[in-house]
Write a new protein. Structure first.
Lengths: 305, 296
């Protein structure tokens, strides 16, 4: 087990370094970042000054090494726009995004798992059909559009919920539903498929033959086994969701890290954008690492692969 | 000379005939396919079908309501904030969505299939490298990276297509790798190797045709994915740029008038939802009839 963890950790670190290099190189995609920072009306002298100020005249690899060395100590440089350390900006905004991510995944699990279980126990029933419809619709639903519809109905027409901001828990209800619905279809399908597979297993028949109550069979024997892959999928989805929160945060004007990313991109604030790409990637890497370890711990067969 | 019995009576229907029968009998697949064909025809025939020029502004006719909300047949779905005919913009918008979906899926399909088949067939170090690349790609936050690249390179149709094509290959690689692993040790591959076929030939004429069904399923799903992402990018203002009639952009432009004219947001979003739904239904249906074992 320890060997598996170390190997997996080594891979995670290698992936993290590669992602850091890619997110750093993005800055150089346009050719000269100094021109991008200086803006359209800058003259040659301004550009040269900026180039020297930020050290863009040095070789790219030297700049990357310096950036990485600083990033390892949580120093992502200064934001061009706010003139503040990027790390402080992100730390300040991250709590909103994390709250949203946790609420979103909880919403997804609390709706998807019960629906998936009932759908598996009663295949082709009305609930199975509703669950299928919800998951097919969820996969096709543009989240920005879903968010706007919720605003029209619950904020404008009914006036039940605030349309934007993050000052109370009520502000998080609609964003949670939008972000959670994005993760729901995959979790529900996996729960349903897992339960269907487990329910036809021999040990379920044995448990029933022993005279175990149906509730005990379902929850103690079936669900406990079917839920293992669901937990790791939820961890992976959580990583995706944090990266995808940019759309939701921009619709509901939740000033989290995703909103910061959107603003910073619009302002050409490249150090902030680079750092945010790396931070979101790190979250994904950490969540998938935890999911793999959890999987290997629960299911020793996974350790060999 | 007596008539020979019909060949079908002896051998039964061919696998192709069976497949077609299952496809036509699959409700979800047929609904999705019919809707998609209609939309493709609308996109191709846009110049004939659109009642107005999608770009021509008429500031005197701003935000005319659709005919079912008290408007006139002059503008069946009303006009936007610049007085442009909404139906015509929707019809031309189908072109943008379908073009982006198709080309992005082709680019990412080419990258992902090459990587996946190589990893599955050669195994060993090639597999390790490809698996690593897939891990790296999955760790990159797609929306954020796409937004940043579009912001740096400037929003245009080509940039959006290119970025999405370069970002969405992961599922192709994962599925093609698994499919190749499943068949690489089968007899017909060994036979081809034994009679001295070159490696490219084995890959192209033995492996590829046998994983083609799975490939098509991923193509449809990634097409839907690319269409949704383009709409999201355009909605955030960093995708296709105005005045191009992209559905995501139309939702974004309608957002400011949402309080009084919610139909400006509802109509383009609904069409986008239906298109993605149709493609997904088709993809799910294809998976059901070609490779039911891959359902999850």
């Amino acid at each position: 087990m320890l060997r598996f963890i170390l190997k997996r950790l080594g891979l995670a670190i290698l992936v993290a370094f590669t992602v850091s290099f890619i997110s750093f190189s993005l800055l150089f995609l346009a050719g000269d970042p100094a021109i991008a920072i200086a803006g359209e009306n800058a003259n040659a002298e301004d550009i040269a000054a900026i180039r020297e100020l930020y050290g863009f005249d040095r070789p790219m690899l030297v700049q990357y090494a310096e950036w990485l060395w600083n990033a390892l100590r949580f120093d992502f440089g200064q934001s061009y726009y706010f003139r503040l350390p990027v790390a402080d900006l992100i730390a300040e905004r991250l709590s909103v995004t994390m709250t949203l991510g946790v609420c979103g995944i909880l919403f997804a699990l609390l709706t998807a798992v019960p629906l998936g279980v009932i759908a598996a126990i009663r295949p082709n029933s009305l609930i199975d059909r509703i669950a299928l419809f919800l998951s097919v619709a969820g996969q096709a639903m543009p989240s920005f559009w879903f968010g706007l519809i919720l605003i029209v109905v619950f904020a404008i027409q009914l006036g039940w919920l605030p349309a934007s901001g993050a000052s109370s828990w009520r502000h998080f209800i609609m964003p949670t539903v939008v972000l959670g619905y994005y993760a729901m279809p995959a979790i529900m399908r996996l729960t349903r498929a897992g339960m269907l597979e487990v329910l036809s297993a021999d040990y379920i028949r044995t448990a029933r033959a022993k005279g175990a109550s149906e509730g005990r069979v379902m929850f103690k024997h079936a669900l406990r086994n079917a839920i293992i892959p669901v937990v790791s999928l939820a961890a992976v989805q959580m990583g995706f969701m944090l990266g995808g929160s940019i759309v939701v945060e921009s619709i509901f004007a939740l000033h989290g890290a995703g909103f910061l990313a959107w603003e910073s991109i619009g302002r050409n604030d490249l150090p902030t954008v680079q750092a945010l790409i790396l931070v979101f990637a790190l979250f994904y890497i950490i969540f998938t690492f935890l999911a793999d370890v959890l999987n290997a711990w629960l299911d020793p067969r996974m350790r060999s692969s | 000379m007596t008539a020979l019995p019909d060949i079908v009576e002896i051998t039964g229907p061919t696998p192709g005939q069976q497949l077609r029968k299952r496809m036509f009998g699959h409700q979800g697949f047929m609904i999705g396919a019919v809707f998609l064909v209609i939309l493709v025809l609308i996109a191709i025939l846009a110049p004939v079908l659109a009642p107005h020029d999608p770009y021509s502004q008429s500031l005197g006719d701003r935000m005319v309501r659709p005919v079912f909300m008290g408007g006139t047949w002059e503008h069946p779905l009303g006009t936007d904030h610049l007085g442009r005919d909404y139906l015509s913009r929707l019809i031309y918008g189908a072109r943008i969505s379908l073009l982006i979906g198709t080309v992005a899926a082709l680019i990412s399909g080419l990258i992902g299939t090459t990587l996946g088949v190589a990893a599955g067939y050669f195994g060993g170090r090639v597999d390790a490298v490809v698996t690593f690349l897939i891990n790296v790609r999955l760790a990159m936050p797609v929306v954020l990276v796409a937004l940043a690249v579009v912001a740096i390179l400037g929003g245009s149709l080509n940039v959006v297509i290119g970025v999405l094509g370069l970002l969405l290959w992961d599922r192709f690689a994962v599925v093609m790798r698994a499919s190749t692993l499943q068949i690489r040790n089968r007899e017909f591959v060994a036979a081809a190797r034994a009679i001295g076929c070159s490696t490219p030939r084995i890959l192209l004429s033995e492996i590829l045709p046998n994983i083609f069904n799975n490939l098509i399923v991923v193509v449809t799903l990634e097409m839907a994915h690319a269409i949704l992402l383009e709409a999201a990018l355009s909605f955030l203002g960093l995708g296709v740029q105005p005045p191009t009639p992209s559905w995501g952009l139309m939702v974004s432009e309608g957002k400011n008038m949402m309080l009084f004219e919610p139909w400006l947001v509802l109509i383009p979003g609904a069409v986008l939802f239906l298109l993605v739904l149709a493609i997904n239904l088709m993809g799910d249906g294809l998976r059901d009839v070609t490779a039911p074992e891959n359902r999850n």
